[in-house]
Design a binder for this molecule. Structure first.
Ligand code: NAP
Ligand code: HSE
Length: 414
């Protein structure tokens, strides 16, 4: 019988425990049940919990786990950088397999931890860190056996997709829907990571690192959150025939990458604009296979636990490791230079002087017949313009108006 130590007993940890020890997962319920959770690490042993396990030991001391030589594998689902990064490293050093759902740690240390796992001859898997239940990491690894991947685009955050869906379909208020997403266990402990895009930034960097064979760094990402999107923006997009989605994108060109995380307007009849609630969708482009599209629940207890337990089964049963991934290409970022798009812009103004300034600044970029205004807001879409010109216009508009929101407009995304 293989012994598992579970770090974290929150949304994901409980789901993992239910599948393995409570036998909701058929694999672990069979006669040849190969593993059981022996230890669960929590921050506060005395916290009142919906479920109090009696078939394993709750501890608040990681030393209990790292010093137990019978533990074969660590499943980590705590959150944040420390102490989880140290615990993962210590576990690999001790020759234990590691499965984690922690994208913050993997994004920052993917190359170093992969090297360490290879050196120690153990497995390091992190399917649950990106796309919840979608098997995107293993699909990228498979696709790379034949293809060069040059593009990844996707909705990678369940919380923000849930918020945008409720705003569009039920005209719900941003903050109220965020609270529901927190109650449902989709949001991060600090939801700023969801709504300001750090979560998508980490996920798209992990995917880009794998796909482009280089350690993609978060400082190279063009990042914009969605916390200042309003119902007016959602309604205006609707009247133009579009939906807002929050998209992570990684492109590879001439061995240089460009990564962005931004709100995007998608045509209502596109595949991605119809991926709603906490669902995620990821589009890959391989030079031989062409476009591949993956969709599934991107957050929540069962979807994530499913990915985590699949990894654990692989780590415990498969001879060949997926850990042998090369991150040594020296690709660097080309930022957004040279990329052209059309944009939707909303400027909120407080008086006529601000209104006039906004109109003057926007004059050169406005698409013909695409300007609308009320007494406090100016809405327009632009012709195709360079991303760098859009950024410059945004800075000027921000100085002129009370509040400005903009989003790239896409014509397809399937
Ligand atoms: P959560 O509900 O906040 O649970 C965190 C758990 O970790 C709690 O049991 C907590 O202990 C424990 N913990 C936190 N810090 C600790 C420390 N310093 N020492 C010991 N135990 C500690 O989090 P979650 O939603 O399950 O997410 C866990 C991880 O999975 C995060 O990295 C998250 O990004 C990732 N993830 C989450 C989802 C999702 O849908 N929720 C999906 C994919 C990936 P106490 O119980 O004592 O507080
Ligand atoms: N907070 C994350 C989300 C959890 O909403 O997508 C899944 O990674």
């Amino acid at each position: 019988m293989k012994q598992i130590a579970l770090l974290g007993f929150g949304t994901v940890g409980l789901g993992v425990y239910e599948i393995i020890n409570q036998h909701r997962g058929i694999y672990f319920a069979g006669t040849d049940t190969p593993a059981t959770i022996k230890w669960i690490l929590v921050r506060d042993k005395n916290k009142k919990r919906a479920h109090n396990p009696t078939d394993c030991v709750l501890t608040d001391d990681f030393n209990d786990i790292i010093n137990d030589d019978s533990v074969d594998i660590i499943i980590s689902a705590m959150g944040g950088m420390e102490p989880e990064y140290t615990y993962i490293k210590e576990s690999l050093k001790k020759g234990k397999h590691v499965v984690t759902a922690n994208k913050e740690v993997i994004c920052a240390h993917i190359a170093e931890l992969t090297d360490l796992a290879n050196e120690k001859g153990v497995k390091l898997y992190y399917e649950g860190a990106v796309g919840g239940g979608i098997p995107i990491i293993s699909s990228i690894v498979e696709t790379l056996k034949i293809n060069k991947i040059t593009k990844i685009q996707g909705i990678l955050n369940g919380t923000t997709n849930f918020i945008l869906t409720k705003m569009a379909k039920e005209k719900a208020d941003f903050d109220e829907v965020l609270k529901i997403a927190q109650e449902l266990g989709f949001a991060e402990a600090d939801p700023t990571a969801d709504i300001e895009g750090y979560d998508v930034m980490r996920k798209i960097c992990i995917l880009a690192s794998l796909a482009f064979h280089t350690h993609a760094k978060t400082e190279d990402v063009h990042l914009r959150g969605i916390s200042n999107i309003t119902l007016d923006d959602v309604n205006m997009a609707d009247s133009l025939g579009y939906d807002f989605k929050y998209i992570g994108q990684a492109l590879l060109r001439d061995n240089r990458y460009s990564i962005s995380v931004t709100p995007v307007l998608l045509p209502k009849d596109s595949v991605m604009s119809n991926v709603n609630q906490e669902y995620n969708v990821i589009l890959l482009y391989g030079d031989i296979i062409g476009e591949l599209c993956f969709m599934g629940k991107g957050a929540g207890k069962d979807a994530t636990a499913n990915a985590v337990v699949s990894d654990a089964i692989k780590a415990l049963t498969e001879e060949e490791s997926q850990t042998h991934i090369n991150f040594n290409e020296t690709a660097n970022s080309y930022g957004l230079s040279g990329i052209k798009n059309e944009y939707y812009i909303r400027a909120t103004v407080e008086n006529y002087e601000q209104f006039e300034k906004v109109i003057d600044l926007a004059a050169g970029a406005i698409k013909k017949n695409n300007l609308t205004y009320t007494n406090s807001k100016v809405f327009f879409t632009t012709e195709l313009i360079r991303s760098s010109d859009m950024l410059a216009l945004y800075e000027q508009l921000k100085d002129a108006a009370k509040d400005v929101f903009y989003a790239r407009m896409e014509h397809s995304l399937l």
